[in-house]
Design a protein around this ligand. Structure first.
Ligand code: B12
Ligand code: SF4
Length: 508
């Protein structure tokens, strides 16, 4: 068979400067793993990392079967692409965060929708890939795969994706799946933690040293380093310590980042750490702050983060607003104090988003009738938000967010960050700060807030008084889809925001 594997790493036909430089580094491990599994069965594979509209001609081939990998923010792009590929005779399948979060919507536009996926599930489809229309088939394995193809096996696909990353090339690797913590908003809160084969990881690291002078590896683990000593021993066996031959990036929890562990990370070439604080009032277990909340938590974590930054040159810390415990200006003011006390960190603010059935807690929001059906495409956790805040009016919330973002991307904050960072890294923070990751985002949120204040229908939609989609959202999707807008199936901008509550475990 001629099989297409398309990884949608953006949802935009024309991405920002940051996106143009970085999108090639956002390619997922799973689409590449699926490519390896199909190739090993003797099929002809065409892998595409879709990073902008320029890649579209590469996606439109005469496939027998096409797998599309999509985050929810790429849902409409995936639906449009599926309808275009189906018109050329392909059977289509979707996998990735969107398929796991909104399977009941995705089955309207794909023949197959993959939840948790392993090799057997993919091979089953290769044996019988008959079309399922108008309603697709949702399929999911009982548990996460126990192994996945390593870098050597995925190499030709990794190489192809990295052609889209002109500046820094980050190779995606995984050392574990799932997580032992259970943060209410997270898709991994109910997925048990498991390590992947350390021997494969060692071989992969040695292999990478033959491919790049100084490889950069980004660990895609939901929470890297849970079995800290095991993974460090494996890295040390493959790459001699203190040589900085490979640079590593990882998302891990602060609970794991004690000074002893951080020193070992430094020795092994870890350059970028991205822990989540998420909330000043909750999730104390993963930051080892226990029952400490508010300013006590700010003081403890700013100390810890400064300690980490004295060993590892770059840190982004992730926050989510507004949790149901958040109320008034305090959570935002606490984040400002944190920025003052830990000026070297790049703060990343995500908006509370209930991605369909991704996390069990989403049922609660659905029960409370608080989910607003903003188009899936706009769910990037950056500007549009689909959970009605519990203790804020919409304008109130966005005013607080703007105030915080302006504070942490003010001239003063830029200066402080610049001074607190190591030489080369300070420019990365400066650059991120002036793009859509910092000041650029503030401007966009301002425009968004302006709508709440001036457009009655926009406000009514967010208050749940009407389900009629404001033109603002329609235009947003149309602009981003580019020429694929014409292929978006009718009705594909709307969906049932409470489908999880209605169907629970059943999708088909
Ligand atoms: C690593 C990671 C990233 C990396 C790498 C992304 C990538 N391309 O894989 C980076 C940093 C680039 C990233 C970026 C973003 N991320 Co992210 N990220 C994660 C993280 C931490 C781990 C995901 C992972 O790789 N797990 C390992 C894989 C093997 O397991 P899995 O995800 O469970 O996948 C299983 C199935 O879904 C299936 N599957 C997965 N992909 C595919 C593909 C095919 C073809 C098939 C058949 C099956 C299949 O098989 C897997 C094994 O069972 C999760 C959080 C988490 N705790 O899971 C968030 C998460 C996936 N990210 C999320 C978001 C929102 C984003 C951003 C929008 C953030 C932002 N505002 O910029 C961007 C979007 C980037 C994009 N490509 O569009 C959300 C997605 C929710 C959703 N429904 O869309 C998550 C779930 C976090 C959350 N809020 O809960 N992310
Ligand atoms: S620690 Fe991270 S990966 Fe684990 S459940 Fe919490 S947010 Fe998810």
């Amino acid at each position: 068979m001629h099989i297409g594997i398309i990884d949608l790493v953006t949802n935009s036909a024309k991405p920002s400067i940051w996106g143009r430089l970085m999108h090639g580094n956002f390619a997922g491990v799973m689409p590449q793993a699926v490519a390896v599994w199909c190739e090993n069965q003797g099929h002809e594979i065409h892998y595409v990392c879709y990073a902008s509209e320029k890649d579209l001609p590469d996606c439109i081939k005469d496939f027998d079967l096409a797998f599309i990998s999509a985050f929810t923010q790429s849902a409409q792009l995936a639906y449009a692409l599926s309808s275009l590929l189906r018109s050329r005779g392909a059977v289509t399948a979707v996998g990735g965060p969107h398929a796991s979060s909104y399977p009941e919507d995705a089955i309207k536009y794909f023949d197959y929708v993959f939840g948790i996926t392993n090799k057997d599930l993919v091979l089953d489809i290769l044996r019988d890939y008959s079309p399922h229309r108008p309603t697709g088939l949702y399929i999911a394995a009982a548990k996460q795969p126990s192994s996945l193809p390593g870098v050597q096996q995925r190499w030709k696909y990794i190489k192809k994706a990295l052609e889209k990353a002109p500046l820094i090339k980050v190779v995606p690797m995984l050392s574990s799946l799932g997580c032992p913590y259970s943060c209410e908003f997270c898709s991994d809160s109910s997925i048990p933690y498991q390590s992947l084969d350390l021997d494969v990881i060692k071989e992969d690291l040695k292999f990478l040293l033959t491919k790049f002078k100084r490889p950069v590896v980004g660990w895609s683990d939901p929470n890297f380093g849970i079995r800290f000593n095991d993974i460090m021993n494996a890295i040390e066996e493959a790459v001699p310590s203190n040589t900085n031959k490979i640079s590593f990036y990882a998302e891990s929890s602060l609970a794991m980042l004690s000074e002893t562990n951080v020193k070992r990370l430094k020795k092994n070439g870890f350059k970028v750490l991205l822990p989540g604080i998420e909330s000043w009032y909750e999730m104390g277990d993963k930051s080892k702050t226990g029952s400490k909340t508010g300013m006590d938590k700010v003081l403890q974590l700013s100390d810890q983060v400064n300690m980490i930054l004295s060993h590892v040159p770059y840190m982004q810390v992730n926050f989510i607003f507004p949790f149901d415990v958040d109320r008034g200006p305090e959570p935002f003011e606490l984040s400002k104090r944190f920025a003052d006390l830990a000026p070297g960190v790049f703060p990343h603010y995500s908006l509370l988003t209930a991605f369909g059935r991704a996390a069990p807690y989403n049922l609660q929001y659905q029960k409370e009738n608080r989910i607003i059906p903003v188009p899936l495409h706009t769910l990037d956790a950056q500007m549009a938000m689909n959970v009605k805040p519990k203790n804020y009016s919409w304008p109130d919330f966005f005013n607080h967010l703007i105030d915080l973002t302006e504070y942490t991307f003010s001239r003063r904050a830029f200066r402080n960050r610049f001074k607190a960072n190591e030489s080369g890294w300070r420019w990365l923070n400066w650059f991120r700060g002036i793009t859509s990751q910092g000041i650029g985002r503030t401007k966009r949120i301002h425009r968004f807030l302006h709508r709440f204040n001036t457009d009655q229908t926009f406000r009514a939609f967010h208050e749940g008084e009407t389900t009629e989609l404001p033109d603002f959202y329609i235009n947003w999707v149309r602009n981003d889809l580019g020429v694929l807008w014409d292929w978006l199936p009718e009705g594909a901008l709307s969906y049932d925001p409470n489908a999880y509550l209605k169907t629970r475990d059943k999708v088909n």
